[in-house]
Design a protein around this ligand. Structure first.
Ligand code: FCB
Length: 374
């Protein structure tokens, strides 16, 4: 199975999960990551691994709380840091995809407050003016609904709110922020590429007509609602695919879970095909911005990659405009409320010595990246 010419092959990380030493974010108070993978200092070494693994693209995020630790104070040293990171990638001919909001914010931001739109878009403009020539693709917000529900509805992530009203306010502010950043960037530069990374689920009805109704409701609210609101302000859609849900009326999940990852997430490769086909209606280029699994012993990762890519290839053959694939993640990292236990990396991290060890599945993926085929 051949992939289109110029297909982009890479892997993804986010600042808070890999950098270590973040002090002024809203997460730093509850879940300090200490040194984490120390990617902040070891990015050159990590980019050498990317090259060794034949990847030609890297998705990562800028830690807003480093760049603007106090309201309206820009830390020029951090601006220079990320410039060096971007320059290093460019010098290695690696395409850059930069996320502006990947779950963490400076501690002084609250997304339920409309002022977040102002501060976030101001931050976005600051970094755009610095890095416009070094960034190939901008991802404005990562998984907006996951963030809004974990932080403001379920109360799991900081600021641990449990309120439907706050959740809705956050979503509304995220929609405004996406539109504003898209407009600002396009005013500043014509040929810029701006998108979001959306976590979409393959909702499958369990059996009955009522189950079918529930599945389509779930699809409407979780997969389509946000995209419908921002679709005229996107140059591409980023898809993060992890989940399949077999829905029984009203909203219970009846998965068979035949194969699961270390953290119990079902491995269901054909779901990515269905979700991609659903996205076709937006008529926008699509990147798989995340797809991966927790698998410490590397038992399922090779097959996971192979099978998911098979279904991506099939969607492409049927006319879905997929332009690239980013595996989550380049290296083991901090998995939010689950801590350091889940191992999502193509590269294993020894957290005592910070030594990097390439897992064998990563060599398989490298072959795919290098040959542009399965
Ligand atoms: C996604 C997140 C990413 C990572 C993976 C496992 O929802 O975007 O940061 O935690 O899940």
């Amino acid at each position: 199975m051949k992939f289109p010419k110029d297909f982009i092959w890479g892997s993804a990380t986010s600042a808070y999960q890999v950098e270590g030493g973040v002090e002024n974010s809203d997460w730093s108070i509850d879940f300090s990551t200490c040194q984490s993978c120390d990617h902040y200092n070891r990015y050159e070494e990590d980019f050498t691994l990317l090259e060794e693994l034949n990847q030609n693209a890297y998705r990562f995020s800028l830690e807003w709380s480093r760049i603007e630790p106090q309201k309206s104070c820009i830390n020029e040293l951090e601006i220079e840091h990320y410039r060096k990171v971007l320059q290093s990638l460019k010098s290695r001919n690696i395409k850059t995809m930069v996320t502006l909001h990947h779950f963490t914010t400076p501690y002084w931001i609250k997304w339920s407050d409309p002022s977040a739109v102002f501060y976030f878009s101001r931050f976005a403009k600051v970094v755009f003016k610095e890095y416009a020539d070094l960034v190939d693709y901008w991802v404005v917000i990562n998984e907006p609904l996951v963030y809004a529900s974990q932080s403001y509805y379920k109360g799991i992530w900081t600021p641990q709110k449990k309120s439907l009203f706050s959740f809705l306010k956050v979503v509304n502010n995220q929609i405004s922020a996406c539109r504003k950043v898209y407009q600002d960037f396009h005013c500043l530069k014509q040929d810029v590429q701006v998108g979001i990374a959306k976590n979409n689920v393959f909702f499958e009805p369990y059996k009955s007509l009522l189950d079918k109704f529930s599945a389509s409701m779930a699809r409407y609210f979780w997969n389509d609602y946000f995209l419908n609101k921002v679709k005229n302000h996107l140059d591409f859609i980023g898809l993060n695919y992890y989940f399949h849900s077999k829905i029984k009326f009203p909203f219970s999940v009846q998965n068979e879970n035949r194969i699961v990852s270390d953290i119990g997430w079902e491995i269901y490769p054909q779901g990515i095909y269905h979700v991609l086909k659903e996205l076709k209606k937006y008529n926008l280029p699509i990147f798989i911005t995340e797809n991966g699994l927790a698998d410490e012993k590397d038992r399922h990762r090779k097959e996971f990659i192979e099978n998911h890519l098979y279904w991506v290839g099939k969607a492409i053959k049927q006319g879905v405009d997929v332009r690239g694939y980013f595996h989550w993640s380049l290296m083991d990292n901090f998995e939010w409320e689950k801590g350091f236990k889940p191992r999502f990396g193509l590269v294993e991290i020894d957290y005592r010595t910070l030594e990097r060890r390439i897992r064998s599945s990563a060599y398989y993926y490298a072959k795919v990246c290098g040959s542009n085929q399965l």
